[in-house]
Structures are given as structure tokens and as C-alpha cells.
Design a protein. Structure first.
Lengths: 134, 305
């Protein structure tokens, strides 16, 4: 089972070759009460230690497949299921330094059954999370 | 004298399911309330929705048997604004409802609640709802399922949305479409916290909704003949068995007076601290059963165990 927080401890790590990291990844638990078609997730914005990583520049991995921001918007069949996580893949040359970081996430959910003025809804979380390996 | 049926929607255990509670745990908690019915959210409870695996189906039927529960309502969604730039067509809406009808039937459900996308702040459903439902009435009849849109705050009973659903029933003469009442419409005191996903934006923009729309319980008289199922929405019941928002002491006598004999399916939507929902649902069942017993005793009817 997953941690209660949306942001998950496990899975927060650098990516790319050691010594030439290209970015980092972060797992987020699907926080909605129902599974969502990927097209209903309008983006996932991150702020790490005060630095913004807007959704449009990241990719999202659901299961074994990675999606660009535009691909997510058009994916009306694949779903993000309750009780599962997705992974935000963020480009950042050099990756993140080992140690504890302050991580904030904001998911833009579009709920078609909400009045149009409440679309999207921002579902937020923030906590500390740890990078172990440079 | 008519008697309520008691059930629980797994929506009550939102956030716990998938973090600190398994599906079998949830069955145990539902059965532990003395309920006979279980309500699920199709795309939430079925890990590979819309196509359950054989293994999941085996588990589902084994749990129903072990815990002596019957499937009541399956909640589903018609995500009309399917992408940012495009709304579902009537064909797509029809296909979505047909898919959920077949799935609900396969799992043993008698009711399907499709939640349609809306076009305004009064929750007016996307106009595709009517042709999409109408094209499925024969299928629903064949499968023995009643399609139930919910009357949910901020939409009251006396409202064009409700009127349109009733006009549809009268025009088609169907027995496979009705109304589901969400008891949140009777909320008469403000919410401090909204378990359904409160955000600052919603709080600022929807104060009337959070304050409760205070529908008089007497308005049930207008629609009760179309209502075979009720979602018993609530948010907080304290240690003195006092509900802070929903006036059960008025709702229960009115439903009894009207002879309602369908399900009251708990829908807890309060604070989401781990496991808090388990006790909250139990308190609601204790409260409603107490009020039902008192009504029956005062009217010379059967006292229910």
C-alpha cells in the first residue's frame, strides 16, 4: 500500500548517468476518489526548494508508459487508478543534490461534473522528501 | 409498516482504501454495521475498470457470499468534457452508459448512478444526458437495472434539473430511470471542512453550497414515487450521536411517513484521518436505526432489530 501523503518517499531519485544526471523523478499517489482518465488531469506542477517545475515541461509515467503534457491531454482511455501512483519525470541537468528537500505538488484535476468555474481544481500536497544518491 | 434497508457506499472509506484498507477490510466494516447492501464506485473499486479480471470477479463474488451482502448501486461517470477542447458526443455518452450497465449487471447491481458532466453552477447536466439515457432504456430493462441520476447539492428537489428528469420519466413511461436523493440537500448547518476535496478556490466560490441548501424534507412528497434509492450523505456525527449538519430527526420520520422501503446507503464525506470513517459510518447507522425504531414504536409498528 502507499503512503497517505500524495507525495511518496520511495521513488524520489535522480535519473540519467551517474555524474551526468539529466533530472529527477517523483511518485505521487492518485489522490482523487475515483480513477481518472488521463485527459482529466490537466497537469502536475512541482515546486522543489522554491524552484518551480511547471507541468508543461515534465513527463508523466503511468504504468509502463510515459506521456508528454500534450499526450496526457488527449488520452481519454488510459486511467490513473485509485490506490496507485504515477511518476513525474522532470528534466534538470545535474539532478537534485543528495539530502532532504521541500517538495510541493499541485495536480490540476478537471471534474466535468463540477461547475465550469471550478475547473480545474488544484489538489495540493507538500512535505519533505529525501534524495539519497547523487 | 415499511422498513428501510441499510447499506454503505465504499465512497465512505475514500483515502483509506488503497492506503490503509483493503477491499476485504471494507466488506468487513460494511457487514459489521448490520447492513445488507454494498455500493461501489465502478472505476474506483475495480482495479482494472472497465474490464475486471477473472481473479477480481472471483474475489468479488466470494466476498459477497462470505459477508452476506448484496450489490446495490454502482456509481459511474459520464465525463462529458472529456478533453479540454471537446465534449462527448451522444454516441460516446450512450456507449459509456451501456458499458457501465453491462458491468453493473455482471457484478449483480440493481442500480446504476451515472454522474453527468454539467454546464453551469446549478449543475444542469450536459444536454447529451437525455438521448444517451434514452438509447439505453431497452438495455437497462433487459438487464433489470434502474438508472438513477442523483439530486445533489446545490441542486434542490424543486428545480428545473429535477423537473427535466421527471418529465423524461413521464414522457418515456420507463421503469428503468428514476431519481437518487443525496441527503446532502437537507444539510442545514455550515460545513467547516469538506471531505470531497476542499480547496481554497472552492471555499471562496461556493459558500452557499458549503453552508447547506436546506431543502425542506416535506419536498420529498413531490418526488418520492420516483426515488428507489437514497445516498445517506453525512459529514460528522459526534460521540453523543448528534449529526452536526444533516437533520436526520426530520428526514427519517418523513421517509417513514411516505413509506420509503429502499436503501439508505451511507456516504460519509467528512474528515479523512485514517480509519475515522469506519466509526463515523457506524454512528450514522446507530442514529438512523434509533430514529426508525422510535418512529415505529410511536406509530404502533414493528420494532426492527
Amino acid at each position: 500500500m502507499l503512503e497517505r501523503s500524495h507525495i511518496q518517499s520511495t521513488g524520489f531519485h535522480n535519473i540519467g548517468p551517474v555524474g551526468a544526471r539529466t533530472g529527477f523523478e517523483l511518485r505521487i499517489r492518485q489522490p482523487n476518489y475515483r480513477s481518472s482518465r488521463l485527459s482529466l488531469i490537466e497537469g502536475v506542477d512541482l515546486v522543489i526548494d522554491g524552484v518551480e517545475y511547471p507541468a508543461e515541461q515534465s513527463r508523466i509515467r503511468v504504468g509502463d508508459r510515459d506521456y508528454s503534457h500534450a499526450e496526457m491531454a488527449g488520452e481519454t482511455v488510459a486511467r490513473l487508478y485509485v490506490g496507485r501512483f504515477f511518476t513525474v519525470i522532470v528534466p534538470r541537468p545535474g539532478g537534485l543534490a543528495p539530502g532532504i528537500h521541500h517538495v510541493a505538488s499541485s495536480i490540476r484535476f478537471r471534474h466535468p461534473y463540477f461547475p465550469p468555474e471550478f475547473q480545474p481544481v488544484f489538489v495540493r500536497d507538500a512535505r519533505h522528501a529525501t534524495i539519497i544518491i547523487p | 409498516m415499511s422498513a428501510f434497508k441499510y447499506g454503505v457506499s465504499l465512497y465512505s472509506y475514500t483515502e483509506d482504501l488503497g492506503t490503509v484498507m483493503t477491499l476485504e477490510d471494507a466488506f468487513d466494516h460494511v457487514a459489521g454495521t448490520g447492513s445488507t447492501g454494498i455500493e461501489i464506485l465502478g472505476e474506483t473499486s475495480i482495479p482494472t475498470y472497465p474490464e475486471p479480471t477473472t481473479q477480481w470477479l472471483d474475489t468479488w463474488f466470494a466476498l459477497l457470499d462470505r459477508y452476506h451482502l448484496e450489490p446495490t448501486n454502482m456509481a459511474a461517470w459520464v465525463d462529458t468534457r472529456i478533453t479540454i477542447g471537446r465534449n462527448m458526443t451522444v454516441d460516446e455518452g450512450t456507449a459509456q452508459i451501456a458499458l457501465d450497465l453491462r458491468l453493473a449487471h455482471r457484478l449483480g447491481f440493481k442500480f446504476l448512478r451515472p454522474k453527468f458532466g454539467v454546464i453551469d453552477g446549478e449543475l444542469t447536466p450536459d444536454p447529451i444526458w437525455e438521448p444517451a439515457v434514452e438509447r439505453n432504456l431497452d438495455l437497462a430493462h433487459q438487464l433489470g437495472i434502474v438508472i438513477l441520476p442523483e439530486i445533489h447539492a446545490p441542486t434542490p428537489i424543486r428545480h428545473p434539473v429535477t423537473d427535466a428528469y421527471i418529465a423524461f420519466i413521464e414522457r418515456t413511461g420507463t421503469k428503468n430511470f428514476g431519481l437518487m436523493i443525496d441527503t446532502g440537500i437537507f444539510q442545514d448547518r455550515p460545513l467547516n471542512k469538506w471531505g470531497g476535496g476542499e480547496t481554497d478556490e472552492i471555499r471562496k466560490g461556493a459558500l452557499s453550497f458549503l453552508n447547506g441548501i436546506k431543502v425542506p424534507v416535506e419536498h420529498l412528497v413531490d418526488v418520492i414515487k420516483y426515488v428507489p434509492f437514497i445516498q445517506a450523505k453525512f459529514h460528522q456525527i459526534d460521540e453523543n450521536l448528534h449529526d452536526h449538519h444533516i437533520p436526520w430527526d426530520r428526514i427519517v420520520p418523513m421517509l417513514k411517513k411516505l413509506g420509503y422501503a429502499g436503501y439508505l446507503s451511507s456516504e460519509y464525506e467528512g474528515a479523512r484521518d485514517p480509519w475515522l470513517s469506519i466509526e463515523q459510518v457506524r454512528r450514522q447507522h446507530a442514529l438512523i436505526r434509533k430514529l426508525e425504531t422510535e418512529y415505529d414504536a410511536a406509530h404502533g409498528g414493528t420494532v426492527h432489530a
